[in-house]
Design a protein around this ligand. Structure first.
Ligand code: SF4
Length: 314
């Protein structure tokens, strides 16, 4: 249940972020990844979120990321119950989850020169790096794991955002931290992270939900590269982010062309076969499709099977 509205950020008032000429029709709830999808390619956004054309494949990179997140979620769950799993147990749990979930028909490998084992070992390396750096996991206090935040950007509740925070932490200096695990190879520049939208949006949600007025640190764990990055936001930066995000949602809401935006990401796009920019043809079922994006009910990672067997604490 969302707590009563409480403004913790600096002026300007939220009302001023929304044009009075805009229609007051309520928008669907958005997430950072949904907003990014539109920025990456409006055509893909249209297929996925407006037409809701189901995808029958998952990229292997996303598959690895989900398994690593599941294991870290279970790890901190176990730590919270007073059990610190061994590294061997952690890797065993990862391999078990992989075997239970991997479907060669569904998981798509774009870089075909890499076999599935390459990606499996990559996930193990991510977990090993994290485990080595944080064992015995007593350097801070976990406040939330896979925590859902959902909040409005404006006072009228027209522009809503949701997200799932990998881990919320009370650090040893009492500062609240928002942690995010990344399994990709690329580590963005500090400048890029200082203007990153995802964790800053989460900060807005956490401040509202937990009534935080003090400092909050944003922390990224680039597990594959074994690197950590930290950033913070000022109140003015968060207000600016709210305004820019509202503008983007308005752009999406007003979009009609849904133009393809080709680029390197096309190789990972599940709609290449139908995309006209890639030689496909939009199929007829599009005409009958619904017109409004709708949010997922829960985190895709929360659907993990309950633990079984000798490693049940993990
Ligand atoms: S193939 Fe490329 S241009 Fe076409 S929808 Fe996918 S990402 Fe967009």
């Amino acid at each position: 249940m969302m707590p009563p509205a409480r403004e913790t950020l600096a002026t300007p008032a939220l009302e001023t972020l929304v044009s009075p000429t805009k229609p007051r029709r309520k928008r669907p709830i958005y997430s950072h990844s949904r907003l990014s999808s539109f920025e990456d390619c409006p055509k893909k956004f249209h297929y996925r979120y407006v037409l809701k054309i189901p995808s029958d494949t998952d990229g292997i990179e996303g598959f690895v990321g989900k398994r690593v997140h599941e294991v870290l979620e279970r790890l901190y769950g176990a730590v919270g119950r007073g059990h610190v799993p061994s590294h061997a147990q952690l890797i065993h749990r990862y391999r078990t989850l992989w075997d239970e979930s991997y479907d060669a028909e569904r998981v798509r490998i774009v870089r075909v020169e890499n076999p599935p084992e390459f990606y499996r070992e990559l996930g193990e390396r991510c977990l090993t790096n994290y485990y080595r750096n944080h064992y015995p996991f007593d350097g801070d206090e976990t406040v939330g794991i896979e925590h859902r935040v959902a909040f409005p950007l404006d006072d009228s509740n027209d522009y809503r955002i949701q997200g799932f925070i990998d881990r919320i932490v009370r650090a040893s200096d009492s500062v609240l931290e928002i942690h995010d695990y990344k399994t990709g190879a690329r580590v963005p520049s500090q400048r890029s992270l200082d203007s990153d939208r995802q964790l800053a949006l989460y900060e807005i949600g956490v401040r509202r939900e937990m009534n935080v007025t003090g400092p909050i640190r944003l922390i990224w764990h680039y597990l594959q590269r074994d690197q950590t990055r930290v950033s913070t936001r000022t109140s003015d930066q968060l207000v600016d982010l709210r305004g820019k995000t509202i503008e983007l949602i308005d752009r999406i809401h007003a979009e009609e062309a849904w133009e393809p935006k080709t680029g390197p990401l096309c190789g990972w796009c599940e709609y290449q076969d139908r995309c006209p920019a890639k030689g496909g043809t939009d199929s007829l079922e599009i005409a009958a499709a619904p017109s409004e994006p709708t949010p997922p009910a829960e985190s895709p990672r929360s659907a993990a099977k309950p633990p079984t067997g000798q490693l049940s604490f993990l």
